[in-house]
Design a protein around this ligand. Sequence first.
Ligand SMILES: Cc1ncc(C[n+]2csc(CCOP(=O)(O)OP(=O)(O)O)c2C)c(N)n1
Ligand code: SF4
Length: 294
Amino acid sequence: MTNPRTNWARTNRASTERAGHPSTTLGAKDYKSEIKPVWCPGCGHFGVLAALTKAFAYLGLPKDEVVTVSGIGCSSRIPAYIDGYGFHGVHGRALALAAGLKAARPDLTLVVTGGDGDGFSIGGNHFLHACRRNMDMTYIVMDNEVYGMTKGQASPTTQPDWSHSKLTPRGTGVPRFHPAAIALAAGASFIARGFAGSPNELVRLLVQALEHPGFALVQVLSPCQTFRPEQKAWKQAVHTIAEPAPADPSEAARLIQGDDGLALGVLYAQRAPVYQPRNQVEAELADIEAEFLL
Ligand SMILES: Cc1ncc(C[n+]2csc(CCOP(=O)(O)OP(=O)(O)O)c2C)c(N)n1
Ligand code: SF4
């Protein structure tokens, strides 16, 4: 039996080529820069980098038409490891930066990469509004339920009783942020969950996210070997959900609320109006100043 998800991606690839994108013969390694990642051995982020470059190669994306944007964190180093345009921005501000870039250059394929701390804590408000706007970009959040780069503090997705940080020796005591549920409520039109240790499935999800017209969230469970070594157990615990992905928000809500956080696949996919900024300036700067200045 053919896999409808792979099939769907192939169909869209063909239409992209028909639409005038030159098909290239680049392999995944051609999208990797010469900079060697400084991640700890076994870090899940290696798997995400590999899957992303494979997805670029599968889609035959011209290197100069893809931009990778990030904030700060181990995961946010990805733009340096991609051979192409990139922007390693400020902690928690990747989506805002990407939105500005997309408004100015809607023709580019935009990929935003970062961690759960970057995206759901300091960047949480930008996350909500990126979902709501449904601007055409792919947001890959490498979720390791910890702040890896700053040495292992609790993040918004950390379990409330995780007591391994000196800052929270009795745990945070705060319920976890649920990225998929919040994205759905905020209006994202594509929501998926992948695992860095399931490379083929992750490539398939990233291809679908990149092809989706609108804001596509891919939450990737990406183990932190150094501060969350117990995440090695994810390998045995993850499981794939049934296809096809729900297109109805109520059905998706039931699936997302009922899942254990380890279900992989597309959790929701729906065509929705994509935010198209009108670049035409209709007011003079002096008029704008007059409206805002007291
Ligand atoms: C404005 C600001 N606040 C805090 C920091 C410190 N800081 C750097 S990375 C980071 C968290 C990174 O965690 P996460 O986004 O989960 O990525 P990971 O390192 O786990 O991949 C923090 C708090 C900073 N660089 N800038
Ligand atoms: S600290 Fe954790 S997230 Fe950062 S590179 Fe090491 S294993 Fe990866």
